[in-house]
Design a protein around this ligand. Structure first.
Ligand code: 3HC
Length: 321
């Protein structure tokens, strides 16, 4: 599984006199000193495997996330909105590229990551297992899904793994355009006809909770959060990031006349809100493959990955390893 360069580095490591304890101490000192861990640095297998899962699932999310929006390119209501949507979707493909490239530095090939996805051994953000039913969904996805992703990704810019951190810096620059274009769609619809206002509210009703689920389980229920925080892979916990997103998004909804689909929203103080808890049965049902679109999303990815094999083969002929 480790690529040639990492093996060579390990080879020298095995013959060196440094003990595992000293290597672990050096790793921990780097983490505590806010130094980035780079691909050829020694790292505990648990750290590497944690990153292999999280970074590849992040990359899968970017690419699978292109599907719900891709369905609306031909139905965009104007040339301007079509151009914006096209640009956004192309960005997401690029985000997947950065993240797969960063994930490959951990010594696992892209083909292996894709195989794990196709075998159901890797996940992607559950939010993409919901259908995009109207044009207002393009607004809700950009505003809420990309808004939630930004909240998470801005924090991930400070992650301890160098390639992941650098990928996040580039991605965050583009993600803010995604959130703004989505919010603009919702804003315009709320200034439109009654039907358009109802369509926007319906989209918010359907995307609000799946967007909150993007931040993962409660910290107390997350098997990985403690290690993620110990190794500074994450700099803020799932619940902290989720609350940040809620506090930012509720005033945005109210500004344009949209109503958060939660009758228990209480404003505790300026930009601090209490909301109902997530329906965790639905969360785990969708995460574990039983959401409205799980099968369709994966089948689509497998179909077009296989149909695109000729591109990869011709690219590898012109660029032998
Ligand atoms: N969707 C799908 N699976 C999820 C999930 C979610 N929202 N939340 C948790 N899970 C899965 C985990 O992957 C894990 O499964 P595994 O054991 O097979 O890996 C299991 O549920 C247990 O969850 P954990 O307690 O391990 O979850 P974490 O504490 O790691 O939090 C996470 C999950 C929030 C997704 C975290 O991994 C993370 O922050 N990842 C990086 C950010 C990311 O992936 N964002 C994707 C957003 S989509 C995107 O950016 C596209 C843009 O265009 C909008």
């Amino acid at each position: 599984m480790l690529n040639r360069i990492v093996k060579a580095k390990y080879k020298t490591m095995e013959t060196s006199l440094i003990s595992q304890e000293e290597l672990l101490l050096e790793f921990e000192n780097k983490i505590n000193a806010e130094q980035k861990i780079e691909p050829l640095d020694w790292m505990p297998d648990e750290y590497r495997n944690h990153l292999i899962r999280q970074m590849s699932q992040h990359a899968h999310s970017e690419v699978i996330g292109m599907q719900p929006e891709g369905n609306w390119i031909t139905r965009a209501p104007s040339l301007r909105s079509k151009k914006i949507l096209l640009a956004k979707i192309q960005d997401e493909g690029g985000h997947g590229l950065y993240l797969y490239s960063a994930a490959e530095t951990l010594g696992v090939s892209r083909d292996q990551y894709i195989q794990w996805l196709h075998e159901g051994k890797a996940k992607y953000a559950s939010v993409f297992n919901y259908p995009a039913l109207t044009w207002a969904d393009m607004g809700a996805i950009g505003w809420l899904v990309d808004g939630a992703a930004i909240t998470n990704q801005v924090s991930l810019q400070r992650t301890s793994y160098g390639p992941y951190s650098r990928a996040m810096v580039r991605i965050c620059k583009e993600e803010s355009f995604h959130q703004r274009q989505g919010y603009e769609i919702m804003w315009k619809m709320m200034e439109g006809t009654k039907d358009q206002q109802e369509m926007a509210q319906d989209a918010l009703n359907r995307w609000w909770w799946p967007a909150l689920m993007m931040f993962g389980p409660h910290d107390s229920d997350s098997p990985r959060t403690s290690n993620a925080m110990k190794w500074k892979i994450k700099r803020e916990t799932n619940d902290h990031l989720r609350q940040k997103f809620i506090n930012k998004t509720i005033p945005q909804a109210e500004l344009i006349g949209l109503k958060i689909p939660d009758s228990n929203v209480v404003k505790l103080s300026d930009e601090n809100y209490q909301t109902s808890d997530i329906n965790w049965d639905e969360f785990w049902k969708v995460v574990n493959g039983n959401g409205p679109c799980n099968e369709q999303r994966l089948a689509h990815h497998i179909k077009y990955h296989n149909e695109g094999a000729w591109v990869r083969e011709s690219a590898s002929i012109s660029n032998p390893k």
